[in-house]
Design a protein around this ligand. Structure first.
Ligand code: GDP
Ligand code: MN
Length: 386
């Protein structure tokens, strides 16, 4: 799960990570009040689940509270387009108003789980502020890494090593070491999958603070963190994925034109492979899981075909726990209600497969049936290309 910058900063603050003074606002008037309180110079920052806001015009400096109000009026309600939002952009509903600080250096700190070493890794670079992806691609030796052994944790010596590589010294070095250690503590304790500070600011006075903050969390651990779970902002997520999660269905949006309804993650992978092998591209996949009801199949199907990229749908169900007749009934009901105008290929196999096929046939609806995955893929690909 992703959260906003102001939320990440709230969490970090609880752990003692240093952040600029600031507050979130949803009206220009409120932005002015905050600026009167903490200003006069403030930074007005759009709150969306995407980076690159600075370049996109979503981060602006105001010299007076009146200017803060004016800039807030411009940013609130704007559709902000950055390299991470896609061309459609994201609507800005909230802004963070923070004290403006005098920048000496912009550094980069990131903590993620490294799959290769199966451990957290703390990354640091003096090339903060800009796109770190670019630094990683063009000058990877400017990113320093310390791997963390889960049993011993993040050692003070490791934090010092990174701070030295960032060419810090004196009190600034001490502050950076403390910053790194508290950031890691917050990362670990909140079951984060990512904590990124870009830029980590060194002020003209030599102080170290998080100017920007991004945190992602392991969805499977959210049960342990009800406060963090409450920070979820559904407006920032794919609307069909949100709709599917209401019915406990796993829906993933992809780039192609074939909608896929399957049961089980393994079958989903195999189905996508065979579609691609046959020259097509999945538009999404919807996994209805094991013990699914007729109602859930109906909802799954409705969600699947409301994706406007879907030109044809493939239903590939292996009836183990779930019965094929139940699936067939769900599909027929959904197809009747939705007045579908896209071709549908159905491949059913397993428990009660004969009854299932009979139900589809008797429905009078034009389904294409297939008896193997290969046949199903070969049928769906040309249909989705039309
Ligand atoms: P992002 O573009 O979405 O990553 O947003 P950031 O929070 O990283 O802000 C982008 C840039 O705005 C930073 O790299 C800074 O250069 C600038 N900025 C943000 N806050 C301040 C501030 O308090 N003072 C000054 N001078 N610049 C700031
Ligand atoms: Mn940033």
């Amino acid at each position: 799960m992703k959260i906003h910058e102001f939320q990440a900063k709230q969490i970090l603050k609880q752990f003692g990570v240093r952040i600029p003074r600031g507050e979130v606002a949803d009206t220009p008037m409120r932005a002015r009040e905050i600026a009167e309180d903490i200003g006069p110079r403030v930074v007005v920052k759009a709150q969306i689940h995407a980076g690159g806001r600075g370049k996109g015009g979503g981060v602006k400096l105001a010299n007076t509270p009146v200017e803060a109000e004016m800039l807030a009026g411009e940013i609130l309600g704007m559709t902000l387009v950055t390299h991470q939002t896609g061309p459609e952009g994201k609507l800005v509903k909230r802004i963070l108003v923070e004290e403006a600080l005098d920048i000496d250096r912009e550094l980069y700190i990131g903590i993620v789980i490294d799959r290769a070493t199966e451990s957290p890794v703390v990354m640091a670079s003096s090339q903060g502020g800009m796109e770190i992806e670019k630094v990683a691609a063009e000058t990877p030796d400017l990113i320093f890494k310390e791997y963390i052994h889960p049993a011993t944790g993040f050692g003070v010596f490791q934090a010092r090593k990174l701070a030295f590589k960032l060419e810090l010294s004196g009190d600034t070095l001490k502050q950076a070491v403390k910053f790194l250690l508290t950031l890691y503590k917050a990362f670990r304790a909140s079951d984060a999958s990512l904590a990124e500070i870009n830029p980590l600011l060194v002020t003209k006075q030599g102080d170290v603070l998080a100017l920007d903050a991004k945190m992602n969390f392991d969805d499977n651990a959210l049960k342990r963190h009800p406060d963090i779970a409450k920070m979820r902002d559904l407006d920032e997520e794919d609307s069909l994925e949100v709709e599917a999660s209401k019915f406990d269905l796993n829906y993933i949006k992809l780039d192609g034109s074939v909608g896929c309804m399957v049961n089980g993650a393994g079958l989903a992978m195999a189905t996508m492979d065979i579609i691609m092998h046959s020259g097509g591209m999945p538009a999404n996949f919807l996994d209805v899981g094991g013990g699914v009801s007729e109602e859930a199949v109906k909802n799954a199907f409705r969600i699947l075909v409301s994706d406007k990229d879907v030109k044809a749908a493939l239903i590939n169900i292996f009836g183990g726990i779930v019965r094929c007749d139940l699936v067939a009934n769900g599909i027929v009901k959904a197809a009747q209600e939705l007045e579908l105008d896209i071709p549908i290929v159905v491949r059913l196999e397993g428990t009660n497969v004969e009854q299932g096929k009979q139900i589809l046939e008797n429905s009078g609806l034009a389904f294409y049936s297939a008896s193997s995955m290969k046949e199903a893929a070969e049928k769906i690909v040309p249909l989705a290309a039309q």
